[in-house]
Design a protein around this ligand. Structure first.
Ligand code: SF4
Length: 68
């Protein structure tokens, strides 16, 4: 199984906590509002704990992690 990572653009407010937590997975979007962007939507299951922590740290609960 792998992990699929996504950000709900309707919830994201651009705090950038996710970028600090996993900079190879999340980035600051190149739009003016600075909303988060997912660079690596598919990740190995071995990163679940790390990404779960990052998702928990999102102040807007905008990050979803699903097993696919
Ligand atoms: S931490 Fe959450 S609100 Fe902030 S940029 Fe990342 S997804 Fe968006």
């Amino acid at each position: 199984m792998t992990l699929r990572v996504s950000i709900d653009p309707g919830l994201c407010r651009g705090h950038q906590m996710c970028v600090l937590g996993s900079p190879d997975v999340f980035a600051s979007g190149d739009n003016d509002d600075g909303l988060g962007e997912v660079l690596g939507a598919v990740q190995p299951q071995s990163r679940f704990e790390e990404l779960r922590r990052v998702a928990s740290g999102c102040p807007e609960s905008a990050i979803s992690i699903a097993f696919v």
